[in-house]
Write a protein that binds this ligand. Structure first.
Ligand code: NDP
Length: 300
C-alpha cells in the first residue's frame, strides 16, 4: 500500500476538541450556549442510533441538546407547529429533522419550514441557492467534512481536477458546488455518464458518493490522486459468522490504496466527520444569530 490514510476519526476528534474550546469561549465571554434541536419522527432503528450519537456529542462539546421524539403517526400540522416553535426559540440555534420521514409527511415542505439560519443540515432551498451562488450559507455536513479534510491535505485546491461520482442533493451536488467554490475544475458523473472510468482517471480529487459497494477500483484512479469515499454499504460477511455483515465504501480500498496518493477508509473516514460538522454548523449558526465573529476553520 502506498497511499496515505486520511484518518477521519482522528480529524473529527480534533475538530470536536476545537469546537468544545469555541463553545467554552462563547459561554465565558458572551454568556452564549449554542443549542441544537433534533427531531425524530417514528422509530427507524438506524435513525435512533444517529440521533442518540448526535445528542451525545453535542453535550460532550458543552452545547445544549434538545431531542424531540415524535410518534410515527404525527401529523404534518403538529410537526410544522413544533418547527415553528423552535424557529422562534432563541436558545435553539440549530434545528435538524432526521430523514427519512414517514411517507405521509412531505419532506421538502418540512425542511423548507425550518428557518434557513437554523438549518444546520443545509438542506433548506435558500441554503441550496446561497451555496450555488457562492454566498454565505449553511453547508450540508457530509460534503463540508469532505472539504475540510481536502483542505487539510492540500491547502489550496485551486486548479485541481475534481470528479464527484453521484449527484444527490445531500452529497454529490453540494460537494461539487463546494469544490467549484474552492476553484477546482469540477466534473459530476452519475448512472448515465458515458465512460465514467475515463472521467475518474482524470481526477486529482475523486469523491465517491454512489452507494454501490466497492464499485471504484484501482483502474479508475489516477496515480497520486486523493480519494474521498463517502459510501457506506453493508455487505454480507460470512467469514465473521452466519448472518454477519461488514461495512465497505464505494471504493475497493485495498487496490485503490496501491495507486492513490491519499485515501479515506470506510469506516473511519468521512463518517465521523459528518456529526463533527453538524456541531460545527451549530456553533457557526449561534455566532451568526448573535452577530459574533465565527470561529476559524468551522465553516466552508
Ligand atoms: P443517492 O442514492 O441519493 O445517490 C447516489 C448517486 O449515485 C446518484 O446520483 C446515482 O446516479 C449515482 N449512481 C448510482 N449508481 C451508479 C453507477 N452504477 N454509476 C455511476 N453513478 C451511480 O445516495 P447518497 O448521495 O445519499 O449517498 C451515497 C452514499 O454515501 C451512500 O452509500 C450513503 O450511505 C453514503 N452516505 C454517507 C454519509 C456519511 O456520513 N459518510 C452521509 C450520506 C450518505 P443517478 O442520479 O443517475 O441515479
Amino acid at each position: 500500500m502506498s497511499a496515505d490514510i486520511i484518518d477521519g476519526k482522528a480529524f473529527a476528534a480534533g475538530l470536536r476538541e476545537q469546537i468544545a474550546k469555541n463553545v467554552e469561549q462563547l459561554k465565558e465571554e458572551h454568556n452564549l450556549t449554542p443549542g441544537l434541536a433534533v427531531i425524530l419522527v417514528g422509530e427507524d432503528p438506524a435513525s435512533e442510533v444517529y440521533v442518540r450519537n448526535k445528542g451525545k456529542q453535542t453535550v460532550e462539546c458543552g452545547m445544549n441538546s434538545y431531542e424531540h421524539k415524535l410518534d410515527a403517526n404525527t401529523s404534518e400540522e403538529e410537526l410544522l407547529a413544533l418547527i415553528d416553535k423552535l424557529n422562534n426559540d432563541p436558545t435553539v440555534h440549530g434545528i435538524l429533522c432526521q430523514l427519512p420521514l414517514p411517507d405521509h409527511l412531505n419532506s421538502d415542505l418540512v425542511i423548507n419550514s425550518i428557518a434557513p439560519e437554523k438549518d444546520v443540515d443545509g438542506f433548506h432551498i435558500s441554503n441550496v441557492g446561497l451555496l450555488g451562488t457562492g454566498q454565505k450559507s449553511m453547508v450540508p455536513c457530509t460534503p463540508l467534512g469532505c472539504l475540510l479534510m481536502l483542505r487539510e491535505r492540500h491547502g489550496s485546491l485551486s486548479g485541481m481536477n475534481a470528479v464527484v461520482v453521484g449527484r444527490s442533493n445531500i452529497v454529490g451536488k453540494p460537494m461539487a458546488n463546494l469544490l467549484l467554490r474552492d476553484s477546482c475544475t469540477v466534473t459530476i458523473v452519475h448512472s448515465r455518464t458515458k465512460d465514467i472510468e475515463a472521467a475518474c482517471r482524470n481526477a486529482d480529487i475523486l469523491v465517491a458518493a454512489v452507494g454501490r459497494p466497492e464499485m471504484i477500483n484501482a483502474d479508475w484512479i489516477k496515480p497520486g490522486a486523493t480519494v474521498i469515499d463517502v459510501g457506506i454499504n453493508r455487505i454480507p460477511a460470512p467469514e465473521k459468522g452466519e448472518g454477519k455483515h461488514r461495512i465497505v465504501g464505494d471504493v475497493e480500498f485495498a487496490s485503490a490504496a496501491e495507486v492513490a496518493g491519499a485515501i479515506t477508509p470506510v469506516p473511519g473516514g468521512v463518517g465521523p466527520m459528518t456529526i463533527a460538522c453538524l456541531l460545527a454548523n451549530t456553533v457557526t449558526a449561534a455566532c451568526r444569530a448573535n452577530n459574533l465573529p465565527e470561529p476559524e476553520g468551522l465553516a466552508a
